[in-house]
Design a protein around this ligand. Structure first.
Ligand SMILES: Cc1cc2nc3c(=O)[nH]c(=O)nc-3n(C[C@H](O)[C@H](O)[C@H](O)COP(=O)(O)OP(=O)(O)OC[C@H]3O[C@@H](n4cnc5c(N)ncnc54)[C@H](O)[C@@H]3O)c2cc1C
Length: 434
């Protein structure tokens, strides 16, 4: 009996932390989400017992977004890809599927996910609940832009099909909404032809403000290549990587470039096989070096003008030792937002072309002063980001009060609260995120 209890507590404690590792919440029960009817039954049971309910994908958000204290935690992550490729090139996939497995399986069928995060051991449901951006966001936008329809299980257990044309309000708040209106069980999303090769171009900027200036040409750029972009801070410099995906050396896309890339010397270019998996490996290896660390991560999204001001501010801060203490990486992407009637009110993109930059602090466990410092640095970054008209990416660390959230999201905030009140009057489902 004692052994069983110990086992149970160990199991619960496995899910009491997230990627950030600085918060701890222990659920009363952990249930692996399997079928729609099982999820509905558990939701009804939780209601009857007045238990709070949370949904966890791969648990890689970093500020307690996927944690639960004393209630029911749905585990919605599986390494068995569950999907069907449809005739129109879309894929129907259970949200518990891991992106790594989905992309591998799609590649074997000659298809690819339009936008992949740089680290792929994340759940489909988890990244769609924040937005999902990556090196192809320059052309392809966010993962959420490619969702045609989704199956949403409401807090009371009823399941609905949602799309831009059906239950559109729920569709809008389910995507990039931290799961606050229901659990996304399945989605149908677009796929693209698989391009196994990517031609990469590397550009160096000697400072963050030079980096910001180097992106200006993208504001008027309308071509389809380059279709990959990201940048990382390394030894005081910002290294931008642009890329063009292509299927073989005979492809018309091979070596096609535009803008300042035409001036990149050939020694600063290379062709790489399966770029997304290469990026994932590097990221995976890098993260694994910080096992016993608090990971205080945060990304900030701004329009171009705001981005230039923001990076100018960061450049000044970088010279100060407290800003750099524990700051292990700075990473940046550029994201297009397609023109469309329907948008996602809670997502972080703020303009047709949004510029994102993330600051990733890694603080060894048991060091509470640097942890406090890292949080303080993010508080300041958030303040500046908001001052320059930006928004934070909701997966990361933010300490912000209700009045600021109201100010940032405006009418959308009120609308979300009304929706939640209607769907979940007891306030048991996915609370405390907003
Ligand atoms: C190493 C690393 C690299 C990253 N790289 C990128 C990147 O390149 N681009 C990018 O955009 N992001 C990136 N992220 C952020 C990442 O996209 C988010 O943290 C994402 O939420 C992780 O997915 P997850 O499955 O771990 O979700 P979780 O952390 O488990 O959940 C996130 C939120 O979504 C909710 N949720 C999860 N599943 C569902 C569901 N099925 N229905 C409703 N709500 C749900 C949870 O309740 C929670 O609020 C990265 C994070 C890490 C740690």
């Amino acid at each position: 009996m004692k052994l069983q209890r110990k086992k149970k507590i160990k199991k619960l404690s496995e899910y009491s932390k997230d990627f950030g590792q600085f918060l701890e919440k222990t659920p009363l029960r952990v249930v692996k989400a399997t079928r729609e009817d099982q999820i509905a039954r558990c939701l009804k049971m939780a209601r009857a017992e007045s238990l709070s309910v949370s949904v966890r994908g791969a648990g890689h958000s970093s500020n307690g977004q996927s944690l639960n204290e004393g209630g029911l935690l749905f585990l919605n992550f599986s390494r068995r890809p569950r999907f069907k490729l449809l005739e129109n090139g879309c894929v129907e996939v259970l949200t518990q599927t891991c992106w790594y497995d989905l992309e591998k399986a799609l590649n074997r069928l000659g298809r690819s996910v339009p936008v992949m995060t740089k680290y792929l051991n994340l759940s489909v449901g988890g990244t769609l609940s924040v937005g999902g951006y990556g090196v192809r966001s320059l052309v392809q936008g966010g993962q959420i832009d490619h969702v045609k329809r989704l199956r949403l299980i409401l807090p009371e257990g009823k399941a609905l099909s949602c799309s831009p044309h059906k239950n559109s309000k729920l569709f809008q708040y389910a995507l990039a909404g931290l799961g606050q209106v229901g659990m996304i069980e399945e989605v149908v999303m677009k796929t693209l032809p698989y391009h196994p090769l990517t031609f990469l171009y590397f550009l160096e900027s000697k400072s963050l403000s030079h980096y910001a200036a180097s992106l200006e040409w993208l504001l008027d750029w309308k071509e389809e290549v380059p279709d990959h972009f990201s940048a990382s801070f390394c030894k005081g410099k910002m290294i931008s990587t642009y890329g063009v995906g292509f299927s073989s050396i005979d492809s018309k896309r091979f070596g096609r470039i535009s803008g300042p890339l035409t001036k990149v010397p050939s020694q600063n270019t290379k062709v790489i096989q399966d770029y997304h998996f290469a990026l994932h490996s590097v990221q995976n290896e890098w993260v694994s070096r910080f096992q016993k660390h608090f990971r205080v991560w945060g990304d900030y999204f701004l329009d171009y003008k705001g981005f230039c001001k923001f990076l100018n501010y960061v450049e000044g801060e970088l010279k100060k030792s407290h800003f750099s203490q524990g700051l292990e990486a700075i990473y940046s992407v550029v994201m297009r937002r397609p023109q469309r009637r329907l948008f996602f009110p809670l997502e972080a993109r703020v303009s047709p072309l949004t510029f994102g930059v993330g600051f990733y602090y890694m603080i060894p466990w048991k060091r509470s002063d640097p942890l406090k410092n890292a949080k303080r640095m993010h508080d300041r970054l958030l303040e500046k980001c908001l001052e320059y008209g930006g928004r934070p990416y909701l997966f990361g660390y933010q300490a912000w009060g209700e009045s600021i959230r109201r100010q940032v999201y405006g009418e959308a905030y009120e609308e979300l609260m009304k929706l939640r009140q209607k769907l979940d009057p007891q306030g048991l489902f996915q609370g405390g995120k907003f």
